[in-house]
Design a protein around this ligand. Structure first.
Ligand code: PLP
Length: 427
């Protein structure tokens, strides 16, 4: 496997782009080595500028649930772009997008399109604060909600990877308004709300944590948070940027049967284009400008080409049985990886939801951020590189979830498991 072209590009990039990348985790800092540069992608595969091919379990960090360069998505983009790239006045595709999202996710009675998951979460807490007149928010250790100031407190994944508890540049006056809770701890949440419930505008959570590897909620945990928020007049926000339209058509809220007050989305609804959205109860969303006084805007929000890519992707995932099949493939992958590790005598466990998974080099249940942190990350890093050399691209950090798409067929999974057997043997 050669990487001369990627190496050359990375050298040039490092002189001009901080760390050589436009988003930190891409730099491979956590796993070591240098990133490869993409030439193109197709289905389950990424091809780099040196001609290497990888089965891709990152999927552009989530959007590519139907595989890369899906012909229906590309056709929708091509058709739409011929009419112009951006109008700055409303267009019909935005209305269709709002209709589709509110139909698939019933807790979203109204929705506003933005350009990233970060914008969606920032806007959602502004609505929570504006609507309640309160300032404090609650987030969970290891949950990542984008790079907004208020969220860069114990924020998981990219931030964890760099070993930063919080980011410099976030004023303490603002960080102090963010309270953090351990995920899956019923009593800690009850206690915090007993003490400060009346001051908390919003509680934001990844209902399945995908930024501390992959941690599923304990039975009844999300319901417990729903009840606490209802009792204390706090806006419950599900950050479904990662889980939305993935772990079920209607996201984690459908899977667990909980209706949050607000939800945030991204990734899949853009089909690979820069898109985010937030939505929820009509009474809250009506307070957003220009319907109400809570300001939020965007030059490119609702961009027609982005809407076309997102709508085409949403159409694909509404095919009957799409998520059941995604779940079957995720299980096949995770069961196969666990079996391969067992054969090699390696302590290893997976967590999974349809279309997403976590890999841990340790035994036992994974229910908290501390459980996730106890994984042997040095071993993960060696495994990551051993897989990469064998043409399988896993997320380049022990704190990121992996993604399976509908393009990951039996052949790709078989290839992955063969690579894993060889990789485990090298550990
Ligand atoms: N929320 C969650 C759960 C995410 O996983 C991410 C990104 O990975 C974000 C928010 C931020 O989204 P974006 O990177 O589009 O700003």
């Amino acid at each position: 496997m050669t990487n001369a072209r990627s190496h050359d590009l990375f050298t040039r990039a490092q002189a001009l782009i901080p760390g050589g990348v436009n988003s930190p985790v891409r730099a491979f800092k956590s796993v070591g080595g240098e990133p490869f540069f993409a030439q193109r992608a197709d289905g389950a595969y990424l091809y780099d500028v040196d001609g290497n091919r990888y089965v891709d379990y990152v999927g552009s960090w989530g959007p590519m649930i139907a595989g890369h360069a899906h012909p229906q998505v590309l056709a929708a983009v091509e058709r739409t772009m011929r009419d112009g790239l951006s109008f700055g006045v409303p267009n019909a595709l935005e209305v269709t997008m709002a209709e589709v999202i509110t139909r698939i996710v019933p807790s979203c009675e109204m929705v506003r399109m933005v350009n990233s998951g970060t914008e969606a979460t920032l806007s959602a807490i502004r609505v929570a604060r504006g609507a309640t007149g309160r300032s404090r928010i609650v987030k969970f250790e290891g949950c990542y909600h984008g790079h907004g100031d208020s969220f860069l407190v114990k924020a998981g994944s990219g931030v964890m990877t760099l070993g930063l508890p919080n980011s410099p540049g976030v004023p303490s006056a603002l960080a102090d308004l963010t309270l953090t809770l351990p995920y899956n701890d019923f009593d800690a949440a009850t206690k915090l709300f007993d003490e400060a419930g009346g001051e908390i505008a919003g509680l934001i959570i990844e209902p399945i944590v995908g930024n501390a590897n992959c941690i599923l909620p304990r039975e009844g945990y999300l319901q417990h948070l729903r009840e606490l928020c209802t009792k204390h007049g706090t806006v419950l926000i599900f950050d479904e940027v990662m889980t939305g339209f993935r772990v079920a058509l209607g996201g984690a809220q459908q899977r667990y049967g909980i209706a949050p007050d607000l939800s945030t989305f991204g990734k899949i609804i853009g089909g690979g284009m820069p898109v985010g959205a937030y939505g929820g109860r009509r009474e809250l969303m009506r307070q957003v400008a220009p319907a109400g006084p809570i300001y939020q805007a965007g030059t490119l929000s609702g961009n027609p080409v982005a809407m076309a890519a997102g709508l085409a992707t949403l159409e694909l995932i509404q095919a009957p049985g799409f998520h059941a099949e995604l779940e079957r493939r995720t299980h096949a992958l995770c069961d196969g990886l666990e079996a391969a590790a067992r054969e090699a005598g390696i302590a290893f466990v997976t967590t999974r939801a349809p279309g997403m998974f976590g890999l841990y080099f340790r035994d036992g249940a994974i229910e908290s951020f501390d459980d996730a942190k106890a994984s042997d990350s040095a071993r993960f890093n060696r495994f990551f590189h051993a897989m990469l050399e064998r043409g399988v691209y896993l997320a380049p950090s022990a704190f990121e979830a992996g993604f399976v798409s509908s393009a990951h067929g039996d052949a790709e999974i078989a290839h992955t498991l063969e690579a894993a057997r060889a990789a485990f043997a090298t550990l």
